[in-house]
Write a protein that binds this ligand. Structure first.
Ligand code: ATP
Ligand code: MG
Length: 470
C-alpha cells in the first residue's frame, strides 16, 4: 500500500471535518497524479461519500468565514478559492450513459463507483483523508503502475469509456502530450474505432483540449496522434489537408503537415504565447489550395494571402475568439513571407522600414515565426538563414533607434488631407496618404509636418486637385 502524507492546513481541516461528520473523504484525480510525478497542479478535487456541497460549505466556514463558496447544484459540486488554489468538492457518484448524449444519469455511489466513472487509470487514484487511513492511496485499476510505465489507459472497456464521453479521446491525447506518456494500445485502437463519436462534442470543448495540446512542451506529439488516430481529419480538416507529397515527373514537394509540426515545435521553444503558436500552425494553411505544377516544379503562389483569408472561417468553426487575437494570427500568416526576401536579397533601408511599419507592434512575433519556419535539414543553409535573420534584427534595431518607426504614424493623416485640400472622402485620400508615407520611408522627404505638407501640395498640384488654382 502506498502512502502519501498530505501536509497543510486545508488537509488537516478536511480530516477534522470528515471525522466530525463521520464521512468518507478522498483527494482524487489530477492532483494525486501530479503529486506522484512531481508536477505542479492548479486545482485540488475532493470526493465526499455524501454531499459535496454541504461539506464544502462547512469546511469553508472552518477555514475562514469570509470565503465565498460557489455552488453548482445541478452538478452536485461546490468550489472555493483559498490562498490561490481552487478546491472542488463533489459527492461520490455513479454514472450511466445513453448513446446520443454526453449527459449521464447520475446517482449517489461509493468511492469505487466514483473511480469507475473517471477517464484514465492515472486519473482515478484517490488518497484517503480519514484519520485511520490517512494518506492511503486507493488504486483499484493499477494507476500507480501505469504512472510508472508512463501509460494512459482507460479503467474500464475503452469502447465504453470513449463512446460514453468522446471528449475523453481528446483528453487521452492531451495527457499523452502534456505528460509525454504513451497511450495503451488497446485504448488507442479504441480511439480509432470511436473517432466519429467526437462529432457529438461541442467545438468549445474540443478546442479547449486542442489548446492544451498546443501549449505543451512538444505539441507535435499530440498532432501526430490526432492525425494517426483519424481525429484530426474530423476536427480540423484544413490542417489534415496539409499532409502528403504529390509527385509529378518525379518532382515532389515537402510534406507541409510535417513541416508545420516542425515549425510549431520550433516556435514552442521560444514562446508560450498561444496565438503565436496558432500562427505557426496556420502559416502554410493556404498551400493545398494554391498548389500548382509549373515549369517542372511545385509552386504555392500567394499561399500566404489565401491562407490569411481562411483564418476567420477556421476561427469561427473552431470556436476560437473572433477578436484581436484572430487579427494577430491573420496578420502573421499574411506577412510570414515578407522577411524572407530581406534575408535572401540585398536589403535596402527603406525595405526594412516598410516591414517595421507594416508589422508594427507585432514585429518581434513575426520574426520569431519566420525563424521557426527554417526547417531545412541542411546545416549550412540553416546556419546561413539564422545568421541573416540575426543581422536583420540588428539592422532593424539601428534603424528604429534612428526613426522610431515601429509605432510611427505619418505626420499628416487622411482627415487632415481632406481638410487641407478641401475635398470630400474618396479613394484619392488613401492614395495621397500612402504616397506621403512611402516618400518618408524612402527618405525622399523629411519626417516632419512641414515636409509632408509641402509634398502634399506638390502631389495635389500634380493631380489637379487644387480647386483655387484651376
Ligand atoms: P488538469 O487539471 O491538468 O487539466 P486533471 O486530471 O485534473 O488535469 P480535470 O479536467 O481538472 O483534469 O479533471 C479532474 C479529474 O476529473 C480528472 O483527473 C478525472 O479523474 C476526472 N475527469 C475530468 N474530466 C473527465 C471526463 N471527461 N471523463 C471522466 N473523468 C473526467
Ligand atoms: Mg485539474
Amino acid at each position: 500500500m502506498m502512502i502519501i502524507e498530505l501536509k497543510g492546513k486545508i488537509f488537516e481541516k478536511v480530516t477534522e471535518l470528515a471525522e466530525q461528520e463521520s464521512l468518507e473523504v478522498y483527494v482524487i484525480g489530477g492532483f494525486v497524479r501530479d503529486k506522484i510525478i512531481n508536477r505542479k497542479s492548479k486545482d485540488i478535487d475532493f470526493v465526499i461519500v455524501g454531499s459535496g456541497i454541504d461539506f464544502a460549505q462547512k469546511l469553508a466556514k472552518l477555514l475562514n468565514p469570509k470565503i465565498k463558496v460557489s455552488v453548482f447544484k445541478n452538478f452536485g459540486t461546490a468550489m472555493f478559492k483559498y490562498k490561490d488554489t481552487e478546491y472542488e468538492f463533489v459527492g461520490a457518484r455513479k454514472e450511466s450513459y445513453q448513446r446520443d448524449s454526453r449527459k449521464p444519469i447520475v446517482e449517489n455511489g461509493t468511492i469505487q463507483d466514483d473511480q469507475n466513472r473517471r477517464d484514465f487509470t492515472i486519473n482515478a487514484l484517490a488518497i484517503s483523508m480519514n484519520k485511520a487511513s490517512f494518506g492511503n492511496v486507493v488504486d483499484p485499476f493499477g494507476g500507480l503502475k501505469d504512472i510508472e510505465a508512463k501509460i494512459i489507459r482507460t479503467p474500464l472497456d475503452p469502447d465504453i469509456t470513449f463512446s460514453d464521453d468522446p471528449l475523453r479521446m481528446m483528453r487521452a491525447i492531451r495527457f499523452a502530450t502534456q505528460l509525454n506518456f504513451d497511450i495503451d494500445e488497446n485504448s488507442y485502437e479504441s480511439i480509432k474505432r470511436n473517432k466519429e463519436r467526437i462529432k457529438i462534442i461541442s467545438g468549445e470543448r474540443i478546442t479547449d483540449e486542442l489548446n492544451k495540446i498546443i501549449l505543451s512542451k512538444q505539441p507535435s506529439i499530440g498532432f501526430n496522434l490526432l492525425f494517426d488516430s483519424g481525429l484530426l481529419e474530423i476536427i480540423f480538416p484544413e490542417m489534415y489537408n496539409l499532409s502528403g507529397i504529390e509527385k509529378n515527373n518525379n518532382v515532389g514537394h515537402k510534406d507541409n503537415f510535417l513541416h508545420t509540426l516542425k515549425v510549431l515545435d520550433n516556435i514552442s521553444e521560444n514562446t508560450d504565447d498561444l496565438w503565436l503558436r496558432w500562427s505557426a500552425i496556420l502559416h502554410d494553411i493556404g498551400k493545398p489550395k494554391t498548389k500548382k505544377f509549373v515549369d517542372n516544379s511545385w509552386t504555392f503562389h500567394n499561399h500566404q494571402i489565401v491562407g490569411a483569408n481562411m483564418i476567420s472561417g477556421i476561427f469561427r468553426k473552431m470556436k476560437l475568439p473572433l477578436n484581436e487575437k484572430m487579427k494577430f494570427v491573420r496578420k502573421l500568416v499574411e506577412m510570414h513571407h515578407r522577411p524572407i526576401s530581406l534575408v535572401t536579397e540585398p536589403i535596402t533601408d527603406s525595405a526594412i522600414r516598410r516591414l517595421v511599419f507594416d508589422a508594427g507592434e507585432d514585429l518581434d512575433a513575426l520574426l520569431t515565426l519566420v525563424e521557426s519556419d527554417i526547417t531545412t535539414q541542411k546545416e549550412e543553409k540553416q546556419h546561413r538563414f539564422l545568421t541573416n535573420y540575426q543581422k536583420l534584427r540588428v539592422k532593424i534595431k539601428e534603424l528604429e533607434e534612428k526613426d522610431f518607426i515601429r509605432n510611427w504614424q505619418p505626420p499628416i493623416d487622411g482627415n487632415e488631407i481632406m481638410k487641407l485640400l478641401n475635398i470630400a472622402p474618396s479613394k484619392i485620400i488613401g492614395v495621397l496618404k500612402d504616397e506621403i508615407k512611402d516618400a518618408i520611408l524612402d527618405e525622399k522627404i523629411e519626417n516632419s509636418y512641414e515636409a509632408a505638407y509641402e509634398y502634399l501640395l506638390f502631389l495635389a498640384k500634380k493631380n489637379n486637385l487644387l480647386k483655387d488654382e484651376k
